[in-house]
Design a protein around this ligand. Structure first.
Ligand SMILES: *Cc1c(COP(=O)(O)O)cnc(C)c1O
Length: 434
């Protein structure tokens, strides 16, 4: 039996309506920015395989690091024990982040990193005797993962709507989505800040934390905001003595043009969540990092003060060495040049697309570019599925989010590959937007 038939017999895929979905594409191997199927068709991976890949598929340096570690120690219980890769990675991450972060809590995916951040914030206040701080604030169109706490702060989005009744209450604030040549950015930001201020004046004393996807909201449409907005937001939230959580699961590790969105916005939220790009896309690993004051609030002579949270595969040594190698590659001058190149090409090509087609809301944040097609369609609609398979036929792996088309390439993509991809996209959408 061929692979697709065997797959369809035994596998239930994520985020897939199996009654209508096209059969999955079996991938034999990866090479740089390409995925290659069994017939040697090559697909340029413009979404970094769900936003995780940084340095290309099957990167030999990372593969080698994992292999060498696997011969030494593959896994060890992380309560009561430690190991060199976990310590080195924590030190490395803390040296790259702003100096206010002093502790790293390991887990194994973005959703769990969020759960941990929410629990840290909530219990922080309880441990300090402020048990009335039960509210969380998040932004419209945010996405923070698929577990219950993460769904709660992302509530009202297409991914969580079936479970609304089971989610905890969250206060939603507008998100000042902006784009290139958007003339009312400052007004939009001010309106949101006013909305936040009104909320905080009334409810700060019963609010644990505000959580945001900084600079870039991913799954709900690649919406962007400015560093200035984040700076002003931070000032406001601090004035009201509420904790700030950054969900940098997507924005970490160079995606926004800087190593982290918090650095780009010159902000220091109390808690930061990292996952996706952490291991360069090789293994599931995540961290939640925080200021010392958060950690200290959990110290005491009684287990009640403890953060009672742990995952079996916390700080898996193979994931940690993959992350260390990925960070080494990420901070090389040639990688940083690639990141700058990608941003430049995005801007130039989007300007051109705006001239040649009638796309809307063209926007760029570092290595991520997005625009809307002037047609209205929702996530998972037949239209966006058809567009997806059309791109695939032309050798591009793109996954439009409803009417939003976005590019989120690995940093090893070449300028020629990227420009070629834009050319194909231009041809494919001309019919749609004419
Ligand atoms: C993908 C994502 C998550 C969830 O990460 P998983 O590893 O899929 O659980 C959380 N927040 C953001 C911003 C994401 O993009």
């Amino acid at each position: 039996m061929n692979l697709v038939a065997r797959d369809q017999k035994s596998i239930w895929h994520p985020l897939t309506q199996h009654q209508t979905a096209a059969p999955p594409v079996p991938i034999a191997r990866g090479e740089g920015a390409y995925l290659i199927d069994y017939d040697e068709n090559r697909y340029l991976d413009l979404i970094s395989s769900w936003w995780v890949n940084l340095h290309g598929h099957a990167n030999p340096e990372i593969a080698q690091a994992i292999y060498q570690q696997a011969l030494k120690l593959e896994q060890v219980i992380f309560a009561g024990f430690t190991h060199e890769p976990a310590v080195s990675l924590a030190e490395k991450l803390l040296s790259l982040l702003p100096s206010v972060y002093t502790k790293v809590f390991y887990s194994d995916n973005g959703s769990t990193a969020i759960e941990i951040a929410l629990k840290m914030a909530y219990q922080y206040w309880r441990n300090k005797g402020e048990e009335q701080r039960r509210r969380f604030v998040s932004f419209q169109n945010s996405y923070h993962g698929d577990t219950f706490g993460a769904m709660s702060v992302g509530r009202e989005n297409v991914f969580s709507s079936q479970f609304d009744d089971l989610l905890f209450a969250v206060d939603k604030i507008s998100f000042p989505a902006t784009w290139m040549q958007d003339e009312i950015t400052v007004e939009k930001e001010q309106m949101v800040l006013n909305e936040m201020e009104t909320f905080l004046k009334k409810h700060a004393h019963e609010t644990a934390a505000v959580i945001i996807e900084p600079l870039l909201q991913g799954a709900c449409g690649m919406n962007m905001c400015t560093p200035r907005f984040l700076k002003n937001l931070e000032m406001l939230v601090r004035q009201h003595d509420v904790l700030m959580i950054y969900d940098e699961v997507l924005t970490g590790f160079g995606r926004t043009g800087e190593l982290f969105a918090c650095i780009k916005a010159q902000t220091t939220p109390d808690i930061v969540c990292l996952a996706k790009g952490l291991t360069g896309g090789f293994l599931p690993l995540a961290v939640t990092t925080c200021h010392e004051k958060i950690y200290e609030a959990f110290l005491g002579d009684n287990f009640n003060y403890t953060l009672a949270h742990g995952h079996t595969f916390s700080a898996n040594p193979l994931g940690c060495v993959a992350a260390l190698k990925s960070l080494e590659i990420l901070t090389r001058p040639e990688t940083l040049q690639q990141i700058a190149m990608i941003e430049r090409v995005h801007k130039e090509e989007l300007m051109q697309l705006q001239v040649e087609t009638n796309i809307e809301r063209a926007r760029v944040c570092g290595t991520v570019a997005a625009f809307d097609l002037a047609t209205h369609t929702s996530y998972g609609s037949n239209f966006s599925l058809a567009l997806r398979s059309q791109f695939l036929k032309r050798g591009l792996l793109l996954r439009p989010l409803g009417n939003v088309i976005y590019f989120l390439p690995p940093y090893c993509v070449t300028e020629a590959e990227l420009r070629h991809a834009y050319k194909i996209v231009m041809q494919e959408i001309q019919g749609v937007t004419a």
